[in-house]
Design a protein around this ligand. Sequence first.
Ligand code: AOF
Ligand code: ZN
Length: 330
Amino acid sequence: MREALALAVSGNSRCSPNPRVGCVLVAPDGQIVGRGYHHGAGQSHAEVNAIASAGDLARGATAVVTLEPCKHTGRTGPCTKALIAAGVSQVVFAQSDPSAAAGGGSQLLTSAGIEVIGGVLADEAEFINRAWTHVQLTGRPFVTIKTAMSLDGRVAAASGGPTAITGAPARNWVGQLRSEVDAVLVGTNTVIVDNPALTARDGSGALLASQPLRVVAGKRSLPTNLRIFDPTSPGNAIQIPEHEPARILGALHDLQVQQVLVEGGPTVTSAFLEAGLVDEILWFVAPQVLGAGPVALLALPSPLAITVTGVELIGHDVLIRGAPNPAPVT
Ligand code: AOF
Ligand code: ZN
């Protein structure tokens, strides 16, 4: 399964709107005789690629796959059918497919006389597709908020305009992250004041291969000469004329966005936290004191507990990773 997980993430860092899936075929003597992974929507699934690479050796082998084999005919045919036709004797999978259309393939395999074992390293498989899984379970995109603030909690200098808060390593780290999400989102105020390009770049400033959809949320009309609307910049840029996070996420879901990186200023970030629509927090604390200027969040109506999942030093900046604690069930 570790081999299959490695295959799943070996291709594009983003497979959206499809999950990343890897598959190996293991012969009865323990040799791996086939390998495959899913390259992206519209292309053949991991199992089909593994079967093709194994040829006749697929017969009698065990298929080890990171996601329960699908039973639906979507953009491609059902993997359950392909596995049965190839004559595999056993299927071991990690994560159950939670989607309505494709899920439930294991029963079909069992009925065809194939031994099926599910749940092996399921947490790891789920983690690599956590945005996709989240969309299947909740019907809305996975929301990551990213903020960079000074030691005194400020996100800009009092003079207004863009302020460098973090150092180059942290900015490069965020550039890489942008290339791994489907969309980055800011509010109208940020885009007017800072005029960011919001593109995904590496340390040398070169554009990365995969660029996110750049989204501005809010109703204010925007000047057409903003950098995000520059026709020579890569990737699309749109305005969603909404303020409410739930409505913004509804619009993003309709655009097949599975993970959105909210890089808004205090207004947008606070609105998502207040709405309870944040799944992951990336909070940079930079070793400088700005002394004056806007603080990272507006006043919120109630306190919010955060579970910290990690703390890292990136250059000279501290990155705190976490998530808001889920609201108590009443
Ligand atoms: C698998 N193996 O490698 C993948 C699966 O209509 P499609 O072809 O784009 O199928 C997408 C759905 O199929 C996706 O939402 C998920 O439920 C499943 N993906 N299943 O057996 C694979 N990528
Ligand atoms: Zn499939």
